[in-house]
Write a protein that binds this ligand. Structure first.
Ligand code: ZN
Length: 284
């Protein structure tokens, strides 16, 4: 029997999630010849950008889509698929209520689209956000729920029969944050007079909430030192999201310094003991 190509599917919400969050890992596996595909649910319509970035684009979505295509090429991704929902913005914002916003869409509908992609691409490994969406972004939480549902439904012919021939991926991982390190960052920020509850370009990240969330087990740690340059270049593609004094970029830069160029993942399936430690997403 000819073995199938090694394939990873990352299911995320916005242009830049793929680079800032797990870009090192995606580049690492692409460089090893793994087919790494990305589903991006929205085109990041609710992000804010400085007007200078919009001069050659019709709108924010067009700009951010282009930024994602630049990052995908840099990371070596095999494909990028947009689900076509609208960025919902942060919890309670007006963007939540816009037609076609991801948060106003039934999870079942989003899951069916993800199932169709799983059945088409046949990945062994599926990656997505953790249950709190990393930093409580409502779109991240929707994508987490829809991906979990899709992962478990994809192999069952009775579920979503119109979404293609059943295929069951082997492993599901959540991007895990090391919140112990984040607690340090919160302390450092307070000491230096910065407000850890309003961080990021859109001032939408509350590190104090993040730091108080429960850690999920760091089952697999990917050392992406060999492709670190590509990860930085991919981050740079998202230029409209990088400026400002304390951007997500510099936050992440600080985070990487502390983490030593590693991404950590919690294995949600198969069920894995808390003390399992590995260095490869494909390993049993
Ligand atoms: Zn996002």
């Amino acid at each position: 029997m000819i073995s199938e190509r090694r394939t990873i599917l990352a299911v995320l919400a916005h242009p830049d999630d793929e680079s800032f969050g797990m870009g090192g890992t995606l580049a690492y596996y692409s460089a090893q010849g793994v087919d790494v595909h990305l589903i991006c649910a929205t085109r990041g319509e609710a992000g804010t950008v400085d007007p200078e970035f919009l001069q050659t684009y019709t709108d924010i979505a067009a700009l951010r889509e282009e930024e994602l295509r630049c990052a995908a090429k840099t990371l070596g991704l095999a494909s990028v698929m947009f689900l076509g929902y609208r960025d919902s913005g942060m919890a309670g914002s007006e963007d939540n209520k816009r037609p076609n916003s991801l948060v106003s869409t039934p999870i079942e509908e989003v899951a069916e689209k993800i199932v169709a992609e799983i059945r088409r691409l046949r990945p062994q490994v599926v990656l997505t956000f953790d249950p709190v969406g990393g930093y409580h972004h409502p779109d991240h939480i929707v994508i987490h729920k829809a991906t979990v549902q899709a992962f478990h439904a994809a192999g069952n012919a009775n579920h979503f029969p119109k979404a293609g021939k059943p295929f069951q991926p082997e492993k599901l991982y959540y991007n895990a944050l090391n919140r112990g390190r984040l607690r340090w960052i919160v302390r450092l920020m307070r000491l230096s007079g910065q407000d850890p509850s309003r961080v990021g370009r859109n001032k939408d990240i509350d590190l104090t909430v993040l730091a108080s969330d429960k850690d999920t087990p760091p089952h697999v740690s990917i050392n992406y030192h060999s492709v670190e340059k590509l990860k930085h270049q991919a981050d740079a593609c998202h230029a409209s999201q990088l400026d400002g004094r304390f951007t997500r970029f510099s936050l992440m830069e600080l985070y990487w310094r502390l983490m030593g160029r590693r991404d950590t993942f919690t294995r949600a399936f198969p069920v894995t003991p808390d003390d399992y430690r590995g260095a490869d997403l494909f390993a049993d």
